[in-house]
Design a protein around this ligand. Structure first.
Ligand code: FAD
Ligand code: SF4
Length: 473
């Protein structure tokens, strides 16, 4: 774990290799260079087995990190993989895209004591890739088939995680999605430079091989109603995410003057997946791009624009760097790739000539002193407005739930439109209908969607088994 040099112990340095910014800008492949077996084992061996697994506590899946790090360090990757897959249905995906700086690695004892954290995410992704390459990923083969059927609305990480667990228990699982591919935001939101698409597809293929049925191009509420699904299945799980983009409220914003972040990212993801170019797909080559927002979606847009060959890329965020919602790691990546950040810059108006947007007028903001227990507020600096020229303005201001409930008036929602569920049972107000993922939590993280999908599956299993016992009694 530690090396003794000149009478003192030193910790092995952290090593996480990325492609150079120049190379990254040329394509949409993942920027992280997978570690060699030697590097992965060495990184795993940096874990000090501190006794209080802060990393595990900070992981939404409560992954048994110290154990699979130890097994990796001891050259037992297959066993490490088995431990990693006990708590997670997609370790290799979370290992790639979790904001580890805010989760497991942020809590690593090494990090807390001034050394750089163990590269937990990178070792997790490496284990997953080893497992797929060496045939250690077990197929889904239920010990016994069960007659009950579950319809899952949404093939994102929440729906896929639930499908994995339910099918493994022998239930008949059908996943409905309005898109033509399964994966949700893993396939059409998150760009390939964070998560290559074949990594998602091999998970979907495993589910298909295990007997999960996918009905794609099927929008619940349009092509089939929730009532019909409830008639068709014993249980329905709603896992349809949140997709209503929040829009900029500023003078000069016309219906076509901005581009919605998710359409922009979806078009590029479709190109990466080999789909034929369609009229109206957005592209930033040679253009000056301004992205408004400070979350993961904004970071993905600015970095996509760099790779498309934009003339310039500027990110406007109304708060400062410390208060932005996106991962600090992604900001560093974007800066390395040439993105200009205007912190404390709130869009005030869109500038245009005729139908063509020409720029964004922004107010320079400053932080106020925080009231006790409150977050610092922001106020404009008088007379400090400035203009940023733009040919494309991308809005990445977050998402709200779509008005899905209109199709079932008895489905209870919270005030923000997310679905109200029992905090442990995942049961909605409709009998036999459960919900999980962003549709319940609001826009969140993949790892939370996986956790909720798995937990909801366990609750659905319990629901069926209790019902069987009640009928038998
Ligand atoms: P989704 O992934 O949104 O899947 C929902 C599925 O339901 C979709 O496939 C959709 O087509 C389908 N659907 C919706 N309505 C219907 C309907 N009526 N009928 C049929 N199907 C329907 N998280 C991270 O942890 N790390 C990241 O780096 C990260 N980057 C992100 C980047 C972007 C651009 C975005 C938008 C989000 C990002 N997130 C990230 C958040 C993460 O992607 C989500 O929290 C996660 O995907 C939520 O999973 P879910 O299964 O609940 O929903
Ligand atoms: Fe860390 Fe995410 Fe993996 Fe948990 S799932 S160990 S938080 S990378």
């Amino acid at each position: 774990k530690t090396l003794k040099q000149g009478g003192t112990f030193v910790v092995e340095p952290r090593r996480l290799s990325k492609a150079s910014a120049e190379l990254r800008a040329r394509g949409f492949g993942e920027i992280t260079i997978p570690p060699s077996t030697e590097t992965a084992e060495k990184q795993a061996s940096r874990c000090t087995d501190c006794g209080v697994p802060f990393c595990q506590n900070a992981c939404p899946l409560q992954n048994n990190i110290p154990d699979w790090l130890r097994l990796s360090a001891e050259n037992e990757p297959r066993e490490a993989w088995r431990v990693a897959s006990l708590t997670s249905t997609m370790p290799e995906i979370c290992g790639r895209i979790c904001p580890q700086d805010r989760l497991c690695e942020g809590s690593c004892t090494l990090n807390q004591s001034g050394w750089d954290a163990v590269t937990i995410g990178s070792v997790e992704a490496w284990l997953g890739d080893q497992a797929f390459a060496n045939g250690w990923v077990e197929p889904i083969r239920p010990a016994a088939e069960r007659g009950e059927t579950v319809g899952i609305v949404g093939a994102g990480p929440a729906g896929l995680a639930a499908a994995d667990r339910l099918r493994s228990e022998g239930y008949q699982v059908v996943v409905y999605d309005r898109h033509d591919r399964a994966g949700g935001l893993l396939i059409y939101g998150i760009p390939g430079f964070k998560l290559e698409k074949h990594v998602v597809q091999r998970r979907v293929d495993r589910l298909i091989d295990g007997g999960v049925q996918f009905v794609l191009g099927c929008e619940v509420g349009k092509d089939v109603t929730l009532t019909e699904l409830r008639d068709r299945h014993d249980v329905v799980l709603l896992a349809m995410g949140v997709y209503q983009p929040r829009i900029l409220s500023a003078p000069g914003r016309g219906p076509d003057s901005t581009v919605a972040a998710l359409s922009y990212l979806t078009h590029q993801n479709r190109r990466d997946l080999g789909d034929a170019e369609q009229d109206g797909w957005h592209e930033a080559r040679g253009k000056r791009v301004v992205v408004i927002g400070g979350g993961d979606t904004a970071m993905d847009c600015v970095r996509t624009a760099v790779r498309q060959g934009a003339a310039s890329v500027t990110c406007l965020y109304r708060r400062d760097r410390e208060n932005m919602p996106g991962s600090a790691r992604e900001v560093v990546n974007a800066e390395e790739e040439g993105v200009v950040f205007e912190w404390l810059a709130a869009p005030k108006a869109l500038l245009s000539q005729g139908d063509q947007v020409t720029g964004v007028r922004a107010a320079r903001m400053q932080l106020t002193e925080a009231a006790p227990g409150q977050r610092r507020d922001i106020v404009p600096v008088p007379g400090a407005d400035f203009d940023v020229p733009a040919d494309i303005v991308i809005e990445a201001l977050g998402f709200s739930p779509e008005p899905f409930a209109a199709h079932e008036p008895d489905l209870r929602l919270r005030d923000d439109g997310t679905i109200k569920v029992g905090s442990v049972s995942f049961a909605t107000s409709l009998p036999g209908v459960f919900a999980a993922g962003d549709a319940v939590r609001g826009a969140s993280l993949v790892v939370w969607a996986v956790r909720e999908g798995q937990d909801a599956a366990a609750e659905i299993d319990r629901y069926f088994k209790t019902r069987t016992e009640e009928v038998a009694a």
